[in-house]
Design a protein around this ligand. Structure first.
Ligand code: SAM
Length: 463
């Protein structure tokens, strides 16, 4: 693995850069695998008993992050499909520190994750905010927004809205957000150890291009952040142009105040100061931390925002009859049932904010999709099965490992069910999706677009 000399030159003199060990860790071929649990679905104790993950070790800067001793085939773990964890690079889990140290998470917050696909930071933010906070998870590239939507559905919470917008569209929501996270598209050198292909795509010109784009993205979306609101900026690039120099631009030209975070010494994270404004930022070097290259810094907006003048979108509510049909499927009455083609549920407390977001942005998904009422019966949506809204009164049929894999492959399978009709199938106590048990056969309602296509006899997860 030959790292670009121009990158090494850029890094000479950067605090924490030690050429020899940096080159060595890239040559070593060592790989780190980490996952972050979904606290809404699984506790750390239950996770530690998961047989395939022998002796997981905690990622020190996050409550629910774990390193795995080997990289299993996640595709063949039913619990992965049940949304009990997200496979995420450990350094980027430091977002938890940046977020919880700068924002008051006990309050209802409007949070924007501007560059969100495939959803690592968004699922993490969702786990950190209160249930009466709203997360808008945005991705500008259409097909990547689709992947983001799937991951948000799997995570199963009702307080997230997925949008597919250009950063400049957010200016319509003047001063709406308390927190804005910009995990910017970057030149990607922080991932070189993992992805040697990325080395070939790297160039000094790409760094310059990225840096211009990063400024455009932030300048376009910043009007949506309220005065005193928090901006968290991160990249997986080592280049100072995309990191400390960007921080200088934010403080020097964009009216932001830099916020210092507290670190624990043995985390081995390097605190840097930018050249002009002395803005603190946090660098992750893979020869110092168990994780990939990463940079993150936090800021507070000091100048006044201009209030947006949007008229809230009119939302269609379900009829009383539809509500009566849907309610027995839910474990709560604190959601509003709304209709847009089909039925979806949003926490009552978020409906007003959502109607503003809806008038400004292109919504891909909101709350939890519940399904459609047909002939006075609910045909439930997959999202409801994997959400936290499903009533425990809905019948469940547990599957063994082989049955679960066949279900997830959307293959035919035969199981004994104690009841007929709509019910969820579970693995290890977690819902995987719907089946409809008829008199003489079982219909598998796992969504076609999610089914496992990979053929493998990998049984790493079988107990
Ligand atoms: N935050 C994500 C996560 O944790 O899973 C990773 C985000 S990735 C580093 C950057 C994202 O920015 C990509 O999904 C990319 O499609 C998106 N992007 C690319 N160009 C953009 C632009 N001009 N404006 C906004 N987002 C952009």
């Amino acid at each position: 693995m030959q790292l670009p000399q121009a990158l090494i030159n850029q890094l000479e003199g950067v605090k924490g850069f030690e050429k020899e060990s940096f080159l060595e860790v890239h040559q070593s071929g060592a790989q780190v695998t980490s996952v972050r649990l979904n606290p809404q679905k699984v506790s750390a104790d239950a996770f530690l008993q998961h047989s395939a993950f022998a002796l997981p070790e905690r990622v020190p800067w996050t409550a629910n992050g774990f390193y795995l001793t080997k990289r299993p085939s996640f595709t063949f773990d039913p619990l992965f499909h049940a949304g009990t964890y997200y496979v995420q690079e450990a350094s980027s889990m430091f977002l938890e520190q940046a977020f919880t140290q700068t924002a008051d998470v006990s309050k209802p917050l409007n949070v924007l994750d501007l560059c969100a696909a495939p959803g690592g930071k968004s699922t993490h933010l969702q786990s950190l905010i209160s249930s009466d906070s709203l997360l808008v998870s945005n991705e500008v590239i259409k097909n990547r927004a689709g992947i983001l939507r799937q991951n948000i559905i799997k995570w199963g919470s009702a307080n997230v809205v997925v949008t597919n917008n250009d950063p400049q569209h957010f200016a319509r929501l003047g001063g709406f957000f308390d927190v804005m996270v910009v995990d910017a598209p970057c030149s990607g050198s922080g991932l070189f150890r993992r992805d040697s292909e990325a080395i070939r795509e790297w160039s000094e010109e790409a760094v310059q291009l990225c840096c211009g784009r990063q400024k455009r993205i932030i300048a376009d979306a910043l009007p949506a952040l309220k005065e005193e609101g928090i901006l968290i900026y991160s990249t997986c690039s080592y280049s100072p142009q995309e990191d400390e120099e960007l921080a200088d631009w934010l403080v020097g030209e964009m009216g932001m105040e830099n916020l210092r975070l507290s670190l624990t010494e043995d985390w081995n994270i390097v605190e840097t100061e930018s050249g002009e404004t002395k803005a603190f930022g946090y660098r992750f070097f893979p020869d110092k931390v168990k994780g990939e290259g990463f940079y993150i810094a936090a800021f507070k907006r000091k100048n006044k925002h201009v209030e947006g003048r949007l008229k809230a979108a009119r939302l269609e509510k379900c009829t009383a009859k539809e509500q009566d049909i849907v309610q027995p499927w839910l474990n709560t009455t604190s959601v509003q049932l709304l209709k847009h083609h089909s039925i979806y549920a949003l926490p009552h407390t978020l409906v007003e904010s959502y109607s503003l977001v809806r008038s400004a942005l292109s919504i891909q998904y909101a709350g939890v999709a519940i399904g459609e009422v047909m002939k006075n019966k609910l045909v439930p949506d997959h999202a409801l099965a994997v959400s936290g809204l499903l009533s425990p009164a809905v019948a469940q049929t547990p599957l063994n490992f082989n049955e679960a894999i066949r279900y997830l492959q959307k293959a035919d399978f035969n199981i004994e069910t104690s009841v007929k009709g709509w019910q969820t199938v579970t693995y290890g106590g977690h819902n995987l999706g719907w089946i409809n048990a008829l008199q003489n056969r079982i219909n598998n309602y796992y969504p076609k677009e999610l089914r496992i296509l990979k053929q493998s006899d990998d049984a790493a997860f079988e107990k």
